[in-house]
Design a protein around this ligand. Structure first.
Ligand SMILES: NC(=O)c1ccc[n+]([C@@H]2O[C@H](COP(=O)([O-])OP(=O)(O)OC[C@H]3O[C@@H](n4cnc5c(N)ncnc54)[C@H](O)[C@@H]3O)[C@@H](O)[C@H]2O)c1
Length: 250
């Protein structure tokens, strides 16, 4: 029980990677806030966690909307207290050649990925500073480090989160707050099915993955737990790729 009673907020946690992260923290004794824009799905995931003996609440908020995020944080404070560990996981990607994208596509990728991270981080950072404790873990993508064709705007949005995380890490390190990123490789979630189809299927893609398989949501959750541990308090402003060896750049 390495996170007994810690208050953990995971955005976009109704399904996929976020759900696996919420479940992992729950198994370690945390009180977990399952955020999602899909209220029913968020509440279902929270209910599943409780049925498995954990403590969780599902709260709807659109991470692109600052007011909606502030309202969620107030609700968390009334339920569990201040957020101690924030995982900015909610994300969205447009799969198109850049020449075929529209400003509406750019808006969606950038608002959900980058503004979502800014909004949620801004909403919790003052409390973390006051309490002299905080862990912020941002789920980015290898696309934001090496660039992926057909995911151009998303690659840029994730790169922006990496730059933001490094800068914020330096601002808040003296308050015992760490800010780190996990760059996921292709990970098998409901959201990635369209992408797998667009590149010719899992069998084709997996050839580029030295480990011989694509990621599972639990692989990413394991990295999040690592960054959140008390033993990781001296690690900040870092990006770890969890991609079975697909990305090995420094
Ligand atoms: N799956 C992959 O291959 C992969 C690879 C690299 C990075 N990532 C990143 O991992 C994260 C999770 O991806 P996933 O594959 O689990 O996605 P997913 O699409 O399966 O799940 C994303 C969840 O986010 C929620 N969401 C979307 N917009 C939201 C908003 N505005 N406010 C609140 N919640 C919102 C969705 O309802 C959904 O439940 C994303 O940040 C994604 O960019 C995924």
């Amino acid at each position: 029980m390495r996170f007994k009673d810690r208050v953990v907020l995971v955005t976009g946690a109704a399904r996929g990677i976020g759900k696996a992260i919420a479940e992992s923290f729950s198994k370690e004794g945390a009180r977990v806030v399952v955020n999602d824009i899909n209220e029913e799905a968020a509440k279902n995931t929270a209910r599943e966690i409780k049925e498995n003996g954990g403590e969780a609440v599902g709260i709807k908020a659109d991470v692109t909307d600052y007011e909606s995020v502030i309202k969620m944080i107030e609700e968390v404070k009334n339920t569990y207290g201040s957020v101690e560990i924030l995982v900015n996981n909610a994300g969205y990607w447009t799969i198109k050649r850049f020449k075929d994208t529209t400003p509406e596509d750019w808006e969606k990728d950038i608002r959900i990925c980058y503004y979502g991270t800014l909004n949620c981080t801004h909403a919790v950072i003052n409390d973390m500073i006051e309490r002299r404790y905080g862990r912020i873990i941002n789920i980015v993508s290898d696309a934001g480090r090496i660039g992926e064709p057909f995911l151009t705007v998303y690659s840029g949005a994730k790169a922006a989160i990496i730059g933001f995380s490094k800068a914020l890490a330096k601002e808040v390190a003296k308050y015992n707050i760490t800010v780190n990123c996990i760059a996921a490789g292709v990970t098998k979630t409901p959201g990635v099915e369209g992408f797998l189809k667009s590149v010719g299927g899992e069998e084709k893609l997996v050839k580029a993955y030295p480990r011989g398989r694509l990621g599972n949501p639990e692989d990413i959750a394991n990295g999040v737990i690592f960054f959140a541990l008390d033993e990781s308090e001296y690690i900040t402003g870092q990006v770890i790729s969890i991609s079975g060896g697909y990305t090995t750049v420094g």
